[in-house]
Design a binder for this molecule. Structure first.
Ligand SMILES: Cc1cc2nc3c(=O)[nH]c(=O)nc-3n(C[C@H](O)[C@H](O)[C@H](O)COP(=O)(O)OP(=O)(O)OC[C@H]3O[C@@H](n4cnc5c(N)ncnc54)[C@H](O)[C@@H]3O)c2cc1C
Length: 421
C-alpha cells in the first residue's frame, strides 16, 4: 500500500490501515510531516533553533475524527480545550461566550443575550437566525446561495453579521460571507456550535504541530506503517505493480500531475484557493492575559498568546493583505492590536514574522460541494483523500482526517480485510 502525501489525510489513512494489519508506506515530498499544518525552525540555518507553526491551528471538540487520530498518535493530551470564547471590541469590551446549564441547542443562549457588542435588535435577529440553522441545513438549495444571501433572507441585522456571523464563518471556512456557500457555513454552526453542549469548545495544541506528528515518526502508528520523508512521487502508475493499492493524499492542485491517467481535470478546475496570513509578533512583554480572542471590527481577526511576549495574529481569507508589503502588514497588525490592548502601546516589538499562505485552503464557493470527489476513483486500485474531497466538512484538519479514514475504509472494504479500529 502506497500513500502519497504526509499531511493529515495521508497520515490518518496510514493509521487506520496500519491498525488493520495492512503494510503501508507513506511518501512525503518534504523533509517533515503535516503538510499545511506544519512547523519549521525560525532560523532555517539552525534546525534546533526555536520552532514555530506556519499558523495557529485550532479545532473544536466536535472534531471527533481528528481527536481519534491524535489518540492513535498518543498525543490527545497535548490539546487544551477552552470552554470560553472571547470576542473583543476595539473599545476594550470583552464578550464571553460559554455554555450555561441549559441543554443544547440553547446552551449558549445566555452568553449570546449578554453580548455587549450587540443591541437587543441584533440579539433577537441572532437568536432567530440560529434557530433556523437546524431546519435550513436540510434545504436542498443551500449550496446554491452564499452565506451573505442566506443572512439577508433571514433579515440578520448588519451588526450581528459583522460582529458574530462574519468572525465565526471567515475563520471556520477561510472565506468571506459573500463568497462562501451557505451549505458549509450552516454545517459549521449546526455541528460546531449547536450539536452538543461542548461541541463549540476550542482546542489549541499546547505544543508545536510537529510535536504532534513526532509520534507518527517514532512508530506510534504501528509497526506496519513506514514513513518516508523527502520522497516525492512524480506519478502514480496504477498498472506498474509497484504497490497493490494507492492513496493520493495531495492537495487538489497537485492531483492532475500525480494521476495523469485519471480524467480529473474538470473536477479540479472548479476549485480555487483562499489565502490565510499568520503574523507572528514578539513584544518585549505580555500585552494581555487572554490566551486567545476574536478581534472585532478590524482587519486582524484572531489573537493567540503563545507565551511571554509572543502573539500570533491570524487573518483568514486575507486577500485584503495581498498588495501590502511584509512591513506594512506588521505595522497594521501592531497598530490594530494596540486598539484592543492598551499595554501594547508601551511595548516594543522585538521581532516579527509574516507567513502568507496563498494556497491555504480551497474556497468553499456555492455549487462546489457536488464536485468534491469521494474516496473511490475510476481506477480500481487508486483511492483519493485530502481536505478537498467529499467529507461533509470544510477544508480543515478534521476534514483531512475524515478523508483519510474514508479512503482507508474503502480499501478495506475492497480487499475484504478485517477492520480493527
Ligand atoms: C495558514 C493555515 C491555517 C489553517 N488553520 C486551520 C485551523 O485552525 N484549523 C483547521 O482545522 N484547519 C486549518 N487549516 C487547514 C488545514 O491545515 C488543512 O485543511 C489540512 O492540514 C489539509 O491536510 P491534507 O492532508 O488534506 O493536505 P496537506 O496538508 O496539504 O498535505 C498534503 C501533503 O502532500 C505532500 N505532497 C504533495 N505532492 C506530493 C508528491 N508528489 N509526493 C509526495 N508528497 C507530496 C505535501 O508536501 C503535503 O505534506 C489551515 C491551513 C493553513 C494553510
Amino acid at each position: 500500500m502506497k500513500i502519497v502525501g504526509g499531511g493529515l489525510a495521508g497520515l490518518a489513512a496510514a493509521a487506520r490501515l496500519g491498525d488493520s494489519g495492512v503494510e503501508v508506506e507513506v511518501h512525503e515530498a518534504r523533509q517533515f510531516l503535516g503538510g499545511r499544518a506544519a512547523s519549521f525552525p525560525l532560523s532555517p540555518g539552525s534546525p534546533d533553533f526555536e520552532r514555530i507553526d506556519n499558523c495557529q491551528h485550532v479545532l473544536l471538540r466536535r472534531c471527533t475524527a481528528l481527536l481519534d487520530f491524535y489518540r492513535r498518535c498518543g498525543v490527545e493530551d497535548k490539546i487544551r480545550f477552552h470552554d470560553t470564547l472571547h470576542l473583543l471590541s476595539p473599545d476594550g469590551t470583552v464578550d464571553r461566550i460559554r455554555k450555561d446549564p441549559l441543554p443544547a441547542p440553547f446552551h449558549l443562549a445566555r452568553s449570546l443575550l449578554a453580548m455587549r457588542c450587540l443591541d437587543w435588535r441584533d440579539k433577537i435577529s441572532l437568536l432567530r437566525c440560529l434557530r433556523a440553522v437546524p431546519r435550513d441545513r436540510l434545504r436542498d438549495d443551500l449550496d446554491a446561495m452564499t452565506m451573505a444571501q442566506w443572512l439577508r433572507k433571514k433579515r440578520a441585522t448588519a451588526r450581528s453579521v459583522a460582529r458574530f456571523w462574519r468572525p465565526f464563518i471567515v475563520s471556520a471556512l477561510n472565506e468571506e460571507l459573500d463568497r462562501a456557500s451557505a451549505l458549509p457555513a450552516l454545517q459549521v454552526f449546526g455541528e460546531g456550535l449547536l450539536s452538543s453542549r461542548t461541541a463549540y469548545e476550542l482546542g489549541v495544541p499546547s505544543v508545536t504541530l510537529d510535536e504532534l506528528y513526532s509520534q507518527a515518526l517514532a512508530g506510534r502508528l504501528g509497526p506496519r506503517v513506514r514513513v518516508l520523508l523527502g520522497s516525492k512521487v512524480n506519478r502514480i502508475d496504477a498498472n506498474s505493480g509497484e504497490a497493490d493499492y494507492y492513496i493520493s493524499a495531495v492537495p487538489f492542485d497537485r492531483v492532475s500531475s500525480l494521476l495523469p491517467d485519471l480524467p480529473i481535470q474538470e473536477v479540479v478546475s472548479r476549485f480555487e484557493h483562499s489565502p490565510i496570513t499568520g503574523i507572528h509578533l514578539w513584544f518585549d512583554r505580555p500585552v494581555t492575559s487572554l490566551e486567545h480572542a476574536m478581534l472585532l471590527d478590524r482587519q486582524i481577526q484572531w489573537m493567540f498568546h503563545k507565551g511571554g511576549g509572543y502573539y500570533l495574529i491570524v487573518v483568514s481569507a486575507s486577500r485584503g493583505l495581498e498588495s501590502k508589503s511584509t512591513a506594512e502588514i506588521v505595522d497594521l497588525a501592531v497598530e490594530e492590536l494596540r486598539d484592543f490592548f492598551p499595554v501594547a502601546r508601551h511595548a516594543s516589538l522585538k521581532r516579527s514574522r509574516v507567513i502568507r499562505e496563498a494556497r491555504a485552503t480551497f474556497s468553499a464557493r456555492p455549487g462546489l460541494e457536488r464536485w468534491r470527489p469521494g474516496p473511490r476513483t475510476r481506477l480500481a486500485n487508486v483511492f483519493m483523500a485530502g481536505d478537498w474531497t467529499a467529507t461533509g466538512w470544510p477544508a480543515t484538519m478534521e476534514g483531512a482526517v475524515r478523508s483519510g479514514y474514508a479512503a482507508a475504509e474503502a480499501i478495506l472494504e475492497t480487499t475484504g480485510s478485517e477492520t480493527r479500529r
